[in-house]
Structures are given as structure tokens and as C-alpha cells.
Write a protein that binds this ligand. Structure first.
Ligand code: ZN
Length: 243
């Protein structure tokens, strides 16, 4: 099976369509979404409707939780708050209902999916160090855990007691039986690793291989839509810089 994983779309329709076109060119069996379908971008309803149709399962992200009233804006900065208040007013009740019904985490076969961290996923912690990653390896039982949330794609490997960031975009784990992986698949709609192209991942369960991919999209079109709905300049400008 070839499985694609997308996350942190953040209502960026141009990015979502470009990534799905790339996925469609690769003979993928199923697509999974790790949450934050909305927030920041101009097309929350369109993105929810596409994701709900195209993905085998969708997880709840913190922006989805705030937009649907499950969580307050307490931990949001001023830009995120402005964006999510607009989003909450824009989303149809049907789309809100869909987002609010999604789980925080899901395990399929030998992989776990969660938006933030496998340790207490509803606390919306971030994994920003190998210490935090090591700690989180104790909180899932499967060989692989896929996450989003930081918008920074990264493959972290745990081989027995040795933990490290895998420097390549692809990793084969067939011959290394004890190898476990904690993989951040990056963001479709708002990458923050100084690389503005959308990020997503593919797991080949037969070949036992995981790969990260980058896809360009029409950033200027997304930005002009965001300007039209008066999103803060900071949110508009960051897309071109990937930060
Ligand atoms: Zn996000």
C-alpha cells in the first residue's frame, strides 16, 4: 500500500489542490489528513469539503478545535486569533460539525497519527528537540508515528537507544528491525522551514519506505485572496518566505 499524509492545510486551497494533483500522479491507495484544515487562509469551507471527500481519515488540529468552539483562543498569538475569528464566522455549520467530530489521534496497522504529540495530544505540545522526541517515543506503541503542528518536516529515528534526525528526505526501514520513526510531515498550506513549497509524505508499507515531498503552488494567488479578506500582512507575507 502507498499511503499519503497531509497536514496543516490552513485553508490554503491553491496549496491543497497542488499537493493532491501531485499525490494523484503517484498511484496512492489512501490519503490521511493530520489536522489543521483551517485557520490563516481564505478558503476554509472548500478545504474542509475536499479533505472530507478525499481523505480516508482526518484528525482534529488545534486551529480546527478553536474554529469550531472546542478550544479557546487563549494560546493563540494576535495574528492567529484574527484569522481564526474570521474562519469561525465563515465556516458553514455542516463543516464545523465535520471538523469537531474528528479524533485527536488514530492508529492504523503499524502507524500512529496525531496532530501535535502522541503524549497527551489534546495539550497541543510541540516537539522542538530530540529530548522531547525521545520522550514522545514512549507514548506510542507502533513502529511509526506521524505528526504535524510545527510545520517543519523532519524524520526522527530511534535505533535502540540512539536518537537522531535523519538528514535525507527518504528512509528505508526494511532491514533495521529495531528502528522506529517519529515523522513530522510538514505543512501543505503554511511551511515554516524557510522553504515556501508545500510539504507532505508518502509511506510505502510494502517497500517499508517513507519519503517527504515538496510541491510548488501559486503563492501569489493565495496571498491576493488573503489580502482581500484583510488577513494580517504578517500572515500573507510569511507564505512567500516559508517561515
Ligand atoms: Zn498548523
Amino acid at each position: 500500500m502507498k499511503l499519503a499524509f497531509i497536514s496543516d492545510i490552513h485553508a490554503n486551497l491553491e496549496a491543497l489542490e497542488s499537493v493532491l494533483a501531485d499525490i494523484d500522479s503517484k498511484e496512492i491507495d489512501d490519503i490521511y489528513c493530520l489536522g489543521d484544515v483551517v485557520g490563516y487562509g481564505a478558503n476554509p469551507n472548500e478545504c474542509v469539503e475536499i479533505v472530507s471527500k478525499r481523505c480516508k481519515s482526518v484528525l482534529l488540529g488545534n486551529h480546527d478545535a478553536v474554529a469550531t468552539g472546542l478550544l479557546t483562543t487563549q494560546h493563540f498569538n494576535v495574528h492567529a486569533r484574527i484569522a481564526i475569528e474570521w474562519t469561525a464566522g465563515e465556516l458553514t455549520s455542516e463543516n464545523k460539525k465535520f471538523l469537531a467530530a474528528q479524533p485527536l489521534a488514530k492508529t492504523v496497522d503499524d502507524f500512529t497519527m496525531v496532530h501535535a504529540t502522541p503524549y497527551q495530544p489534546g495539550m497541543w505540545y510541540y516537539i522542538t528537540s530530540l529530548e522531547e522526541a525521545y520522550f514522545n517515543f514512549q507514548s506510542f506503541d507502533t513502529r511509526i508515528c506521524l505528526v504535524g503542528h510545527t510545520h517543519i518536516p523532519m524524520i526522527i529515528a530511534l535505533d535502540e537507544e540512539e536518537i537522531y534526525v535523519h538528514q535525507d528526505k527518504s528512509i528505508s526501514f526494511d532491514e533495521r528491525e529495531n528502528l522506529r520513526l517519529l515523522i513530522n510531515i510538514g505543512s501543505v498550506g503554511q511551511p515554516r522551514d524557510r522553504h515556501p513549497e508545500s510539504s507532505y509524505g508518502i509511506l510505502d508499507t510494502g517497500e517499508k519506505k517513507f519519503s517527504l515531498y515538496r510541491v510548488p503552488y501559486d503563492i501569489a494567488k493565495t496571498q491576493s485572496k488573503m489580502k482581500k479578506i484583510k488577513m494580517p500582512d504578517f500572515l500573507v507575507n510569511r507564505l512567500a518566505e516559508g517561515r
